[in-house]
Structure formats: C-alpha cells, structure tokens
Design a protein around this ligand. Structure first.
Ligand SMILES: Cc1cc2nc3c(=O)[nH]c(=O)nc-3n(C[C@H](O)[C@H](O)[C@H](O)COP(=O)(O)OP(=O)(O)OC[C@H]3O[C@@H](n4cnc5c(N)ncnc54)[C@H](O)[C@@H]3O)c2cc1C
Length: 370
C-alpha cells in the first residue's frame, strides 16, 4: 500500500511526488492523458522574485538555488536563462513604480530605478515620450517549465513512484486506517492524500467530504506574435499597473493582457476580446505595431481567499494535505513547495534550510480558514 497518493500531475503534484518519493511509497494520479495539460503547461515561464503574495515570496527565494542549478544526473541544461525584468510606468503610474521598488526591497530582490533613455536602450520598441522611468530587476529569468516538470518526473521515477495518467479521482472514502481513493477504473488505499488538483482543489476536497477553502480560479491569456530573432535579448516588459506584459520568445513575442477574470474550473480557452485589448495596450506603449497572432492559450491561476498559498494538513481530517492556491507563482515556488510538503508529511516540521528563507508553515496552513 502506498503511503501517499498525490492527486494532480501539474507542477505542484509532481514536485511533491519527487520530494516524497525517496522516503515514502508514492502513487500520483492525473485525470488528463498528459501531465501538465492545465495551468502548468500554460504559464509565462518566468522566475520573478518581486512577484506574488507575501507568503509565496519565501517559497520563491527558497526555490532559487534548485532552479538556477542543473540537478545532478536529471537534466543537462540549466532550468533558468537570464532575461531581466523591466516594469515601465508613465508619469501617471509613478506611484505604482515606487510600490514595485518598495516590494523588491522588502523581498530582498535586486532592483534599480532607471530613466526613460535607459528603458529605451534595453527595449528600443518602447515609446518613452510619456514614460516616468522603469524598475530594472536583473535577476528575473526565463524558466524551462517542461524541463523542470520532467526533472520532477525523473526524481519520482528514480525512486519507484508510480504515475497514472487518464486516471481521474471520482470518489474518496475515509477508512479507519487511512483513505481509499477511487480513480479511473481502479482504487488505491493510502495513509495520506496530497490534494494538488489546481483549479479543482475544492472539488477534490468535497469528494473526501472536506469543507472547501473557497478557492477562486482566474483566467489569464497568453498569445504569441511575430518578432525578430535579433530582439530575443529584450527583457520581460511589465506595465506598472500590470495592464499588459510581453517578452521575446525566440523569433516571436509572448504577450498577455494579464487579465484576472474569475472562472469555474475548466479547460479555459482564449477570448478574442482579451487579446484585442492587449494588442491595443501594447501597440499604444510601443512601436511593435502588432497585427497578427500566431497562437494563444488561457490558463487558470487559482487563489485562496487571502491569495496566499495553501500548503499544509487539513485540521479537520487526518492525512489530507492541501497543496493548492499557488496563484501566479506555482512554477517558481515548486521546488520549495515540494520539499515543504515532504517535510511536513514525513517529519512533521520543515527543514532548517526552508526556515532560514523565512518560510512559516502557519502562514501557509489551511487552519487559517477553519
Ligand atoms: C498565463 C499564466 C502565466 C503564468 N506565469 C507564471 C510564471 O511566469 N511563473 C510561475 O511561477 N507561475 C506562473 N503561472 C502560475 C502557474 O502556472 C501555476 O501556479 C501552476 O502551474 C499551478 O500548478 P498546479 O500543479 O497547482 O496546477 P495544474 O497544472 O492545473 O495541475 C493540476 C492538475 O490536477 C489535475 N486534476 C484535477 N482534478 C483531478 C482529479 N479529480 N483527479 C486527478 N487529477 C485531477 C488536473 O488535470 C491538472 O493536471 C502562470 C499561470 C498562467 C495561467
């Protein structure tokens, strides 16, 4: 009998399986025929320290060394590539830029206020006439999400974890000595469940007769437009009010309206209006003159009511661990979130290393909603 069943094969579930698997029997079950089909496969693939809720930031900081290394024997290329992030703001957005600086200082990430001419040097497409300046964050980097996910798959498989795809969990029974999880045509018994079902986190809890947290999923659309290979070194450009962002991706440019529209858990699809709004905003702020969209997708970012992650044991049911509510930072926090999950389940406390980054299990625990 496995010690732990992990529900969900996105970055959260597979990172938990990876860190648990050396020390526990782990079975991961994923509803889709492909892991990472939902939000994990639809991100902007960025490591951005000055981003996310207060309780998520220490998880990002604690994940940095894993993400900037090439985990031994698992992957032969770096998981991150330097890019740099640049928040830009017009004179009427100067307070939002100042807030960016304050948040960077508070989270200990490097930043520098730069004038419009320096903004233009870093990204000549930006119109600087009405620009107050920019906040340059040099440590922002591109993440290879597929390689990171695959790293966790290899860690799990190396430790004999079992991974079942096309195996949706349809019912969960509490038994005297643990849980019975019904998935696909099968069932599996376990001491502990890790609920890493992303947008479906509350749905999975209800299958186990556990009170939902009140998770809210919000749409976010990304689309690709033609760019130029010679501009592939531009930084990630983010509007001060987060009304849009864009960054080069090889010979294309990845763009987003950064919308936050609530949605039911589903296979979210792009809407033409959201893309049109983003094109208008980006064409106003730059000389890119976007006319063509080559591809687009939409993912659901899922938040708890206080927008902090929910990583911890359910106080009202033994052996039910929540690993949800990652919002917009679930990729960049995944190494620390996986390590934290393994530590809390197997040791009952977090490691000194995680604690040194300021991670406090109480601020992440679902007990705050009970
Ligand atoms: C446009 C966009 C840009 C983003 N950019 C970034 C970024 O730059 N950096 C960053 O760190 N984060 C980013 N994020 C956020 C990040 O993608 C998410 O926080 C992260 O992917 C969440 O991972 P997850 O494993 O919780 O969810 P998911 O990847 O959605 O995985 C949940 C899995 O659970 C499965 N599941 C659900 N119900 C069941 C069931 N009953 N039985 C079995 N399986 C089930 C689903 O099929 C799914 O595969 C972005 C998100 C979006 C949408």
């Amino acid at each position: 009998m496995p010690d732990v069943v992990v529900i969900g094969g996105g970055i959260a579930g597979i990172s938990a399986a990876a860190f648990l698997s050396g020390r526990a029997d782990v079975a991961l079950v994923e509803a889709e025929a492909q892991m990472a089909y939902h939000t994990t496969g639809r991100s902007a693939a960025l490591f951005y320290e000055n981003y996310g809720s207060a309780a998520s930031r220490p998880l990002t900081a604690a994940s940095k060394s894993f993400l900037t290394s090439s985990p031994d024997g698992l992957i032969d290329a770096p998981l991150t590539t330097p890019r740099g992030g640049l928040r830009i703001g017009r004179t009427d957005q100067i307070e939002a830029l100042r807030q960016t600086v304050r948040e960077a200082v508070a989270s200990g990430s490097r930043q520098e206020w730069i004038d419009p001419e320096e903004v233009e040097r870093l990204c000549p497409a930006i119109r600087i006439e009405e620009l107050a300046g920019g906040v340059w964050e040099p440590d922002t980097a591109d993440l290879d999400v597929a390689a990171l996910h695959q790293t966790f798959v290899r860690m799990s498989r190396r430790n004999q974890a079992s991974i079942s795809i096309s195996s949706a969990v349809t019912n969960i029974e509490r038994r005297s000595n643990g849980w019975r999880i019904f998935h696909g045509q099968d069932h599996t018994d376990a001491d502990t469940i890790v609920n890493a079902a992303g947008a479906w986190g509350d749905v999975v809890a209800e299958l186990a007769n556990i009170q939902p947290i009140g998770l809210e999923s919000r749409r976010r659309t990304v689309f690709m437009v033609p760019g130029r290979q010679e501009n592939s070194g531009w930084p990630m450009i983010i509007d001060a009010n987060l009304d849009f962002y864009f960054k080069p991706d090889g010979h294309q440019i990845l763009c987003s309206p950064a919308e936050e529209v609530p949605s039911e858990p589903c296979d979210a699809q792009p809407r033409e209006l959201d893309i049109a709004v983003a094109i208008d905003r980006i064409n106003t702020a730059t000389t890119l003159g976007i006319r063509t969209v080559t591809s687009s997708w939409t993912g659901l970012r899922t938040f708890a009511p206080d927008e902090d992650p929910v990583h911890g044991f359910e106080p009202e049911a033994d052996g039910f661990f929540w690993l949800v509510g990652q919002g917009g930072t679930g990729i960049q926090t995944s190494p620390a979130a996986g390590a934290l999950t393994a530590a809390l389940i197997l040791d009952g406390k977090i490691s000194t290393e995680l604690a040194e980054h300021g991670i406090n299990p109480e601020t992440l625990s679902p007990a705050r909603f009970r």
